[in-house]
Design a protein around this ligand. Structure first.
Ligand code: FE
Length: 134
């Protein structure tokens, strides 16, 4: 799972939609309440839009009210890489896919128990795989 993936910018542009490219490769943020997963409640696994790596499970998703899909923990500690981000005059923790380094969103210390963390993730950086029935 930790096989790193790297692509050229041209390859990323070919693979991703313009909106996905802006978020995943240029760290854009989609407008709140516009993404396809902030109000999404099916059981399953959220995966990286860039490389398909599993990132978050639906049982760690919660209603933050922020307008972005929010999770209190990643599917595995190694799935999401965290970096200090001082862009836009703020000190934030950036969350990236550990496998392909696509930008996902940010991590804030105002989440629910048990972690107290809020992984605030752009829908455009995610795909979804429904759980197997039964
Ligand atoms: Fe990825």
């Amino acid at each position: 799972m930790n096989d790193r993936i790297s692509k050229t910018e041209a390859q990323w542009r070919e693979k991703l939609s313009p909106e996905q490219y802006a978020v995943c490769r240029c760290s854009a943020t989609e407008p709140a309440f516009t993404g396809k997963y902030y109000d999404h409640h099916e059981a399953g696994t959220y995966v990286c839009a860039g490389c398909g790596a599993p990132l978050f499970e639906s049982n760690a998703k919660y209603e933050s009210g922020s307008g972005w899909p929010s999770y209190f923990r990643p599917i595995a500690a190694t799935a999401v890489a965290e970096y200090q981000d001082t862009s836009h005059g703020m000190r934030r923790v950036e969350a990236k896919c550990a496998r392909c380094e696509s930008h996902l969103g940010h991590v804030f210390p105002d989440g629910p128990k048990p972690t107290g963390l809020r992984y605030c993730i752009n829908s455009a950086a995610l795909g979804f795989e429904p759980a197997e029935p039964g």
